[in-house]
Design a protein around this ligand. Structure first.
Ligand SMILES: *Cc1c(COP(=O)(O)O)cnc(C)c1O
Length: 454
């Protein structure tokens, strides 16, 4: 049997043909968001083909250690569609992709080519974006509490836009980068979001006056206001309130002689509710900010969550006998990736990744096979599994209970969709399981393929 491509093979080269052959029918206008069911179907098939092609040649009885490691398939066409969807629904808001969410080099390359800006929070993130040839004016250093040496680095590289939310930071900026273009980050009500950011950052409205006065005294250049309604936001009203609060600070600044030019509406957008959020935000912006005010945003998960699918190998299985009935067994499945790896989103991002069977014995399941999650529908035929990661820690559990009609065993493969946001970026190397996972890139949109040269 031919060995699987090793981890060093560049996936782009290998799968380029795949995207070129199948992505051509889709053109710009035809492919926006939810409306484009055909595009999404084509994408699903393409991702499934890429998963199969990669797994096809792996024989877990003879392969080298690690050849069966978990891997991602990333559909750059998905990122591209999300960008078109953004442009359609948030015309006024120029996106600055939050690099921390997933600093995948191909994602950054595509977004750079599409002309977005970037939200960076560290020297390494700024450097990664600058190295692609992106102009420093397209970067916002959106970390209100910055490392001094990084501020010096930003000054040297000409990355001028940065946020602040307290007086100590103002003194720091006065000393290190007095010409910086400052955004005052305000507190928001983020109680309806998955990851609350205002617990840590943001000036409350009873301190913004003082902060602006101090900025003026120090001769600093405040150019805008920034907020973030919390990552994974679910309440559109949070955007309305934040826009109103930002208006209040714009007016406060005007009284002190500042003419603020830019509003930064942060991130928090999720694919599922994007249109609703965008509608509320757009009308709030039009009501409170004249067209002369430039609006930027810092979406992270919105751009990448659905673009990445991960495949994991079943490395071990434990049979759990039912004391009541000998015929009714359940199983514990152990995968080669888990909570300490790419499923770090379970801990840090409150996610519940959903397993789907991909390969059972020699048999690949069709991409359209039904999700076997509903106990009633599958009745007695469904087998119950718990799904675990590879480390020695009991906390390393991916799914406590999952039902599937297939009898899964060692060597079989599962896959999980929607694994692009806050996954590999927060993976650890705990217990020696690699986090240097391979990514196979495909593109279900001709527009993305041509920008990336796939
Ligand atoms: C994390 C973060 C983002 C991205 O948030 P998402 O919810 O992923 O869109 C944007 N801006 C700042 C300042 C952040 O910390």
């Amino acid at each position: 049997m031919v060995m699987a491509p090793s981890a060093t093979t560049t996936a782009i080269e290998e799968y380029a043909f795949l995207s070129l052959k199948t992505s051509t029918p889709y053109t710009e206008g035809a492919t926006i968001g939810k409306e484009n069911h055909d595009g999404v179907e084509v994408a699903k098939k393409m991702i499934h083909e890429a998963l199969k092609n990669r797994i096809h040649n792996i024989d877990q009885d003879t392969c080298e250690a690690g050849d069966e490691d978990a891997f991602f398939v990333a559909d750059m066409g998905d990122v591209y569609r999300q960008h078109l969807r953004w442009k359609k629904n948030l015309r006024r808001v120029k996106p600055h992709y939050a690099v921390k969410c997933n600093p995948d080099p191909q994602v950054l390359r595509l977004l750079a080519a599409l002309g977005t800006g970037f939200d960076c929070a560290s020297k390494a993130e700024i450097e990664q974006v600058l190295r692609m040839g992106v102009d420093p004016s397209r970067i916002i250093y959106a970390q209100p509490c910055k490392t001094k040496s990084y501020v010096r680095y930003a000054a040297k590289e000409g990355v001028k836009q940065m946020t602040f939310d307290n007086s100590d930071e103002l003194y720091k900026i006065k000393e290190l980068f007095p010409d910086a273009e400052l955004f005052l980050r305000i507190l928001t009500d983020d109680s309806a979001s998955l990851c609350r950011l205002s617990l840590k950052f943001g000036a409350s409205l009873d301190t913004t006056g003082e902060l602006l006065r101090l900025s003026k005294e120090l001769g600093l250049n405040v150019v805008g206001v920034a907020f973030h309604v919390g990552s994974g936001a679910s309440d559109p009203a949070a955007f309305l309130r934040a826009v109103q609060d930002a208006r209040f600070v714009f007016d406060q600044a005007a009284e002190l002689g500042y003419t603020l030019k830019t509003l930064d509406v942060g991130g928090g957008f999720v694919g599922e509710t994007f249109e609703d959020m965008a509608a509320v935000l757009s009308s709030a912006l039009d009501e409170y900010f004249p067209p002369s005010v430039r609006i930027i945003g810092e979406p992270g998960r919105y751009y990448v969550a659905s673009a990445f699918t991960i495949a994991c190998n079943v490395i071990a299985r434990r049979t759990v006998e039912d004391p009541e009935s000998r015929a009714k067994k359940s199983y514990m499945l152990y995968l080669n990736d888990g909570v300490y790896g790419n499923f770090s989103s379970i801990m840090f991002d409150h996610q519940h990744p959903f397993p789907q069977a991909l390969k059972v014995g020699p048999r690949f399941l069709p991409s359209a096979s039904p999700r076997c999650e509903d106990e009633d529908e599958n009745g007695e035929r469904a087998i119950e599994y718990s799904v675990w990661g590879p480390t020695c820690d009991g906390i390393d559990c991916i799914a406590e209970s999952w039902r599937c009609e297939e009898t899964l065993d060692v060597g079989d493969w599962l896959y999980f969709e929607d694994m692009g946001a806050y996954t590999k970026c927060s993976a650890t190397r705990f217990n020696g399981f690699t986090n240097a996972h391979d990514t196979v890139y495909v593109s279900s949109e001709a527009g993305a393929s041509s920008l990336l040269g796939y």
